[in-house]
Design a protein around this ligand. Structure first.
Ligand SMILES: Cc1ncc(COP(=O)(O)O)c(C=O)c1O
Length: 372
């Protein structure tokens, strides 16, 4: 059987990973400044993570959500403590899109309304409502576009207020730092006013922290920089360090009802073991502090390069904007220098999304390669 050919592929075959490197079939190391799309948080094949998953699969890999699963409770407790969101409730699922799909569905159940507000350049995933709230016509099929979604300019408070006043909006969904869109952010005023307006108009405020969350910005969640209290926070990527696990954190003001959300695989034993190990390592190795420190080092080095027009992002969710399209540069970095980086819908932006364990010497390697 052939694979369904939907991905343009680089000609590299990683077969092994260790911390910030992956190794191909010949044993050649590649410096992973892309983190497999912001997924690798505690480093490839972290020994504690490998041990936790291995031990768990020997005991019990999976059972359905019809039984008691103390690992889910442990994960919720540790996630609440490290994120500062102990009073939220956790629903576990398997991927970022699924997290946003459940967030939007819950917003609609809770408010009885159905229109969604999303922002230009947003990316929220590829399932039905999540992709409809994604600003990319090419990945929306006719079945998706029947959702009622209004796209606004990120930062346009006046239009947001006008739309919310119509009274039919169940959710405003926002990435506090846009990922795929190219690392744009709005102001504190905008985010804080959005939170306030959502409350006034009985609209659920969803923070999509799938890419910018889980310690990547140096805060556990990117919204922490602002005075906001999202009603739902969606999380995935770094949560499992590559193991498919995701979730939504739900504010106590939104009550649960049996059956309103559900999943077969979400929150299974193996996924919980992986996610618990990630939280333990994030805390023990102080990786959020590391994200802040290495970020400052990166920015300082980038500021010295005249070809860099703009430095965007926060923590280890960074982008450098050049005065040319970066597609060829990314290929050169991979094939000549063995360094993975990311692109975005802004073709001139090179994205840096390394494991949160990255060190200064890796940043030096990157800038040496960029200068040759
Ligand atoms: C902000 C954001 N939301 C949602 C998603 C979708 O996540 P997944 O690919 O796990 O479905 C992504 C993936 O890149 C993302 O960056």
């Amino acid at each position: 059987m052939k694979l369904f050919d939907v991905y343009p592929l680089y000609d590299v075959t990683p077969v092994r990973g260790k911390d910030v490197y992956v190794y191909d079939t010949e044993g050649t190391p590649y410096l992973d400044l892309y983190g497999g799309h912001a997924v690798i948080s505690i480093g490839h094949s972290h020994p504690e993570y490998v041990a936790a998953i291995s031990e768990q699969v020997k005991k019990l890999g999976f059972y359905s959500n019809a039984i008691q699963n103390p690992l889910q409770v442990e994960l919720a407790d540790k996630l609440g403590a490290l994120s500062g969101c102990d009073d939220y409730q956790l629903f576990l699922c398997n991927s970022g899109a699924e997290a946003n799909e459940n967030a939007l569905k819950l917003a609609s159940f809770h408010t009885g309304k159905s229109r969604v507000i999303a922002f230009n350049n947003a990316f929220h995933g590829r399932t039905s409502a999540a992709v409809a709230a994604t600003d990319n016509k090419n990945i929306n099929a006719p079945i998706n576009v029947q959702h009622q979604v209004t796209f606004l300019e990120l930062g346009d408070t006046k239009s947001l207020e006008q739309e919310l006043q119509k009274g039919d909006v169940c959710a405003v969904i926002v990435e506090f730092i846009q990922g795929v869109g190219g690392l744009d952010e709005a102001t504190a005023d905008f985010y804080e006013e959005t939170g306030r307006l959502c409350k006034v108009h009985n609209t659920v405020f969803i923070a999509d922290e799938i890419q910018c969350g889980y310690g990547r910005t140096g805060d556990f969640f990117a919204f922490r920089k602002y005075e906001v209290t999202p009603d739902i926070i969606s999380t995935a990527k770094g949560m499992g360090n590559g193991f498919p696990v995701a979730g939504i954190l739900i504010h106590p003001s939104i009550p649960a009802k049996y059956g309103m959300l559900g999943t077969t695989f979400g929150g299974n034993h193996l996924a919980c073991a992986a996610a618990i190990a990630v939280l333990d390592v994030l805390k023990k190795e102080k990786l959020m502090e590391n994200a802040r420190e290495i970020s400052a080092y990166f920015i300082e080095k980038a500021q010295r390069i005249p070809q860099i027009r703009k430095i965007k992002g926060r923590g280890l969710m960074l982008g450098i904007e050049l005065d040319f399209e970066v597609g060829e540069l990314r290929k050169k970095l991979i094939y000549d220098h063995h360094i993975f980086t990311g692109g975005s819908s802004n073709k001139k932006l090179l994205r840096i999304l390394p494991p949160l364990t990255v060190k200064k010497e890796h940043i030096d390697t990157f800038f040496e390669a960029l200068n040759t």
